[in-house]
Design a protein around this ligand. Structure first.
Ligand SMILES: Nc1ncnc2c1ncn2[C@@H]1O[C@H](COP(=O)(O)OP(=O)(O)OP(=O)(O)O)[C@@H](O)[C@H]1O
Ligand SMILES: [Mg+2]
Length: 289
């Protein structure tokens, strides 16, 4: 058996108990033994990462016996700390770092010729100067928001000021609003291969997030769309991610990479056992090295 940590934040654990249970019970079928640990119980002593005793509750195994981790906490620093100890982390710290910072993601994806919405990173104190260069309507985002929170539509300077007040942090992302959007497509990618795609549409809000009322349906990628997806996959060396696009009448516009990708919509429209597929992929990867 290969021992590994499954890392969550306490808040996300509460929301994902069923999914986590699937991981913990199915791991054994693939020669893996998983232990749930919380990111809140992770500290650094000098530059070494340690999990406090409480999170290693039953003492089944400690960090010294751990050879891999599935990090669903969105915390790249934990992954980097584990990698320093020689532990293979799914996804790697590099992917977690890029995917959880919308500006880093934008810069990263701009290396390819994939279509993106024009995006600016603006310092809060410079907002009044920068605004002259921006055409309304725009979308205003925090760098690290999730679930559509911290994503605001601004039709005027006044809206922008209000949005900025709601967003914490010094830097703010401003993006051209895709007004004729026909919905979002999330492409699930495991080990560089497309698993499936899901379309999300929300009739009541410009944000297609399921948590805000978006509805998911199965989606088949056209040949052209597959080429766009392949451009992003080629840049990434990711284990399991979602690649999100917004569709307008010209096709796909890249939106973001989801590191701890939510699978509710995948389960709701397809008959896949995603957890078993991921565990099998992880076991194969660990055997390969
Ligand atoms: N530039 C844009 N133009 C039009 N709609 C947009 C734009 N940016 C985002 N949206 C809509 O708002 C939604 C939320 O935005 P985004 O995905 O950037 O935020 P999020 O909070 O990170 O969501 P997630 O939970 O997927 O990480 C998108 O799924 C899309 O439907
Ligand atoms: Mg999103």
């Amino acid at each position: 058996m290969l021992n590994g940590f499954l890392i969550y934040s306490i808040k996300d654990y509460e929301k994902n108990k069923w999914f986590i249970g699937e991981f913990l019970t199915k791991a054994n079928h693939f020669g893996l033994c998983l232990k749930l640990v919380f990111k809140e119980n992770c500290n650094y002593v000098d530059d070494t990462l340690v999990f406090e005793e409480e999170s290693l509750d039953s003492g089944v195994f400690s960090i010294d016996d751990c050879c891999f981790a599935i990090n669903r906490s969105r915390d790249a620093r934990i992954s980097a700390g584990l990698e320093q100890l020689g532990i293979r982390v799914f996804n790697t710290s590099r992917i977690t770092e890029i995917a959880n910072d919308k500006w880093k993601t934008y810069e990263f994806v701009k290396r390819s010729d994939v279509r993106t919405a024009n995006t600016w990173l603006i310092k809060r104190e410079n907002i009044s100067h920068s605004i002259e260069k921006v055409d309304f309507p725009i979308v205003v985002k925090s760098l690290d928001g999730h679930g559509g929170h911290d994503v605001y539509l601004a039709n005027s300077e006044k809206d922008l000021v209000i949005a900025c007040e709601k967003i914490a942090g010094r830097e703010i992302l401003v993006q051209q609003f895709i007004a004729d959007a026909l919905g979002d497509v999330r492409v699930y990618v495991m080990g560089g291969r497309v698993l499936a795609a899901v379309k999300r549409v929300n009739d009541d809000d410009f944000r297609a997030n399921i948590s805000l009322g978006g509805k998911a349906t199965a989606y088949e990628l056209s040949d052209g769309e597959q080429l766009e997806v392949a451009k992003v996959i080629k840049l990434l060396d990711a284990d399991f991610v979602g690649i999100d696009f917004i569709i307008d009448d010209e096709g796909f516009v890249f939106n973001e990479i989801e590191d701890a990708v939510g699978t509710r919509s995948l389960y709701s429209v397809y008959d896949y056992d995603v957890v078993s597929m991921y565990l099998e992929y992880i076991a194969d990867e660990l055997r390969r090295v």
